[in-house]
Design a protein around this ligand. Sequence first.
Ligand code: NAP
Ligand code: GLV
Length: 304
Amino acid sequence: GGEEAMPEWRAIFGAALPHIDVRWWSDPTLPREDVHYALVWEPPPGFLARLVNLKLIVSSGAGVDHLTQDPDLPRHVPIVKMGAPEAAARMAEYVLAAVLFHHRRFHHFVDAQRRRQWARVETTEAANRVVGVMGLGTLGAAAATALRTTGFRVRGWSRNAKTLDGIETFAGRDGFDAFLDGTEILVCLLAATPETEGIVNAATLARLPGGACVVNAARGSHVVLPDLIAALDSGHIAAATLDVFETEPLPADDPAWAHPRILITPHVASTAGRQARGRFVIEAIRAFEAGETLPNQYDPARGY
Ligand code: NAP
Ligand code: GLV
């Protein structure tokens, strides 16, 4: 949101943290040297470096790639990534919607309707459908659990081995092929790092069974879009739902817009409301002031 959200932010923070003066970032009277906490989405590069007494950065998004790309990011200041439970619940909703769309072959019906075709296809129960979730962090774990509760056969893949109730888990590069084998709907909720860049590429897609579908709600950098379009055109991949892109908004001339088997959503998968985000930010500032462990802290060594 823009500056019009300030009264609401003031009310949220004023009630819980009365000792804090809440200011809008581009306020010309902002006393930069007095800023201790910054709640940001995509600040202009170099902006945070000018807040010389900054103690804590809270990213209003779960992804911090846009912050870490700033060459002048003050590296000594801890970063907390948005971890409101409501944000995870909203992502779980989005993933459920997209997975059910593909599971019930709605992508086929959307395409058939365009051609005025009464084209039935056979579908199966969720219990026969294998959904693989890449990334089992705050959002991936919530999505995987929601899919499990809906009755899917769910597996997950992460960097470190994980245990999640009712979910088959795989870890690391060594576990990747076994994770992909048999995954009929692939969901990407990975962190964006150099290791995960372009991970949904021709080789990965080729490993999935014929007719598989892809859902990307993480970052555009995870999917090699020309590889995905080639796999869709060859018929190996049936359809995809994409919420995130390398360039956003997706340029009007991008071939993905017109592809009959790609559903595009404009980076809307998970946005929690201000009250929900505010509660999380308050919790983070309180933890910081009490010298306690920060929630959902970005780890520069891991890169996420
Ligand atoms: P997170 O808690 O940091 O979790 C990241 C996950 O990625 C972890 O499970 C991590 O493994 C895994 N991972 C990282 N590097 C890996 C590697 N090399 N190999 C295998 N797994 C790896 O992140 P999150 O908060 O859940 O967010 C997930 C993604 O969603 C981010 O990309 C974020 O930007 C995106 N996002 C999108 C939207 C939207 O609206 N579309 C909204 C919010 C967030 P470990 O568990 O082993 O550490
Ligand atoms: C949105 O994409 C986020 O990272 O929260």
